[in-house]
Design a protein around this ligand. Structure first.
Ligand code: PBG
Length: 333
């Protein structure tokens, strides 16, 4: 054949392919999510092989391991004791609570690690919702935002570098910005869960924290989070959320889940100059782990391909439970 263009020319050798590669993965792209509990030992999480609920000592060791592998940001999630869960989730702003204590410990042992937090009521709520549920079963917006502001300030006071509102209440980014600034935390950034969908992919995470919505008393409790998290059918709506979050002062915009929502990452990348984060969530992790355990896929190849594809779609950073494994594989080359 007489062909002018033969795209295979640039695929011929590893060196040529490396020369024209458009996207790269680095451990500094990753944010490593970690679960922490009050217990003395580390508890494995059934649906998330390799992940644990860490004790405070275990957390310190795991963060040290992540640092050695080149990871520079972790996000902390608390497994709160049942006895501390209430309808208003007030434990979320206890300055001596589990998360503030974990942050202080980590800032002593690993002062240069960036610490991100989750801002939402669900781990602290006996109803398992991200906001306060009214007697009629409505997740209240403005009342919840007040608590989120107190939670974010408590986290900042403990030393958090980035607070991550994952609750999807309207107006929370602006309110949290104002609350942080009012307390002298102008330097604390907001990584907003901008386009967070009402997704079934969060199942293993809710198992890890025992935080699924549930009826605890007499009032009706919504079974899912679809009155505040976004409808998986909607793409344009993510742009509305992005515009609002940017206007309210979000420093980083996040799309969650990641894999089934690469189009949303791409659309946000087109519309915004802000850094974009993708959350490779617990259900995505569980599926890869389950297939790999059966020998049905090559875990290393699938994980590195998946993470790279987040970058191709437009993500600058990736929250992933694979962070340590991926960093170690990248180091091996
Ligand atoms: C809580 C929160 C959730 C996740 C992060 N923060 C669960 C939810 O919204 O129900 C999910 C993370 C994952 O599945 O890995 N607001």
């Amino acid at each position: 054949m007489e062909l002018t263009y033969r795209p295979r020319r640039l695929r011929r050798t590893p060196a040529l392919r490396a020369l024209v590669r458009e996207h790269h993965l680095s451990p500094s792209d990753f944010i490593y999510p970690l679960f922490v509990h009050e217990g003395a030992g580390n508890e494995p999480i059934g649906a998330m092989p390799g992940a644990c609920r860490w004790s405070l000592d275990g957390l310190v060791a795991e963060v040290g391991r992540a640092w050695e592998l080149g990871i520079r940001c972790v996000v902390l999630f608390p497994k709160v004791a049942d006895g501390l869960k209430t309808e208003d989730g007030a434990e979320c702003f206890n300055e001596h609570g589990l998360i503030p204590r974990a942050i202080r410990r980590l800032k002593e042992t690993h002062p240069d690690m960036t610490i991100m937090t989750d801002v939402a009521l669900d781990p602290y709520s006996c109803d398992g919702h991200d906001g306060i549920v009214s007697a009629e079963g409505v997740v209240l917006n403005d009342e919840t935002v007040e608590l989120l502001c107190r939670q974010a300030v408590a986290q900042a006071r403990a030393g958090a570098d980035l607070v991550g509102p994952s609750d999807m209440m309207d107006g929370r980014v602006g309110a949290i910005r104002e609350a942080l600034d009012g307390e002298g935390f102008e330097h604390v950034g907001i990584i907003s869960y901008t386009a967070k969908y009402a997704s079934a992919y969060y199942g293993p995470f809710r198992e890890a924290l025992d935080s699924a919505p549930r009826a605890s008393g007499g009032k009706p409790i919504p079974k899912d989070k679809s009155t505040y998290q976004m409808d998986p059918a909607n793409g344009r709506e993510a742009l509305i959320e992005a515009e609002l979050d940017e206007g309210e002062g979000a420093d980083i915009l996040m799309v969650k889940p990641g894999l089934a929502y690469l189009d949303v990452i791409y659309r946000l990348r087109q519309e915004s100059e802000q850094p974009i984060a993708a959350y490779n969530v617990s259900g995505e992790y569980a599926m890869v782990k389950a297939a790999a355990e059966r020998g049905w896929i090559d875990e290393r190849a699938v994980v590195l391909e998946t993470l790279l594809c987040f970058k191709r779609a437009g993500a600058d950073l990736i929250l992933t439970y694979h962070a340590c494994d991926a960093a170690a594989w990248l180091r091996q080359g």
